[in-house]
Design a protein around this ligand. Structure first.
Ligand SMILES: Cc1cc2nc3c(=O)[nH]c(=O)nc-3n(C[C@H](O)[C@H](O)[C@H](O)COP(=O)(O)O)c2cc1C
Length: 100
């Protein structure tokens, strides 16, 4: 199997900065609704990337429980690796893998 040949053409309306909300959280709300309406499986599942003091990156799936202008909320165990890493380094990244 040649993985380099695997490519799906995504036809869409494109992405123009002028069409985006100035508030990224309001824009996320729009995209989240779009993902739900498109029937994406578990649209609230997100990849959370963190790295602790050693700089070694980690990534895992967590479920979004709530979001507003203050941020994105998920539930976890304070004893987990992700909790330790975020205590050491509060910078993190989220990815919503909305591939239908
Ligand atoms: C679909 C899915 C949803 C998950 N949701 C959560 C979650 O909301 N919170 C959580 O702590 N772990 C969740 N997990 C488990 C994490 O992916 C991870 O394995 C676990 O939290 C340990 O991560 P850590 O050792 O990097 O801290 C989920 C896993 C899957 C597959």
């Amino acid at each position: 199997m040649d993985i380099s040949d695997m490519r799906r053409d995504f036809e869409s309306e494109g992405l123009e900065r002028d069409a985006l909300d100035d508030n990224p959280v309001r824009q996320f709300q729009v995209w989240f609704e779009d993902a739900r309406e498109a029937g994406i499986l578990e649209p609230n599942a997100m990849s959370l990337a963190t790295s602790g003091g050693d700089g070694m990156p980690d990534i895992r799936t967590v479920l979004l429980k709530y979001f507003d202008d203050a941020g994105f909320v998920f539930y976890t165990n304070y004893g987990s690796r992700k909790a330790h890493e975020m205590a050491e380094n509060p910078k993190a990244a989220l990815l919503f893998p909305w591939i239908g």
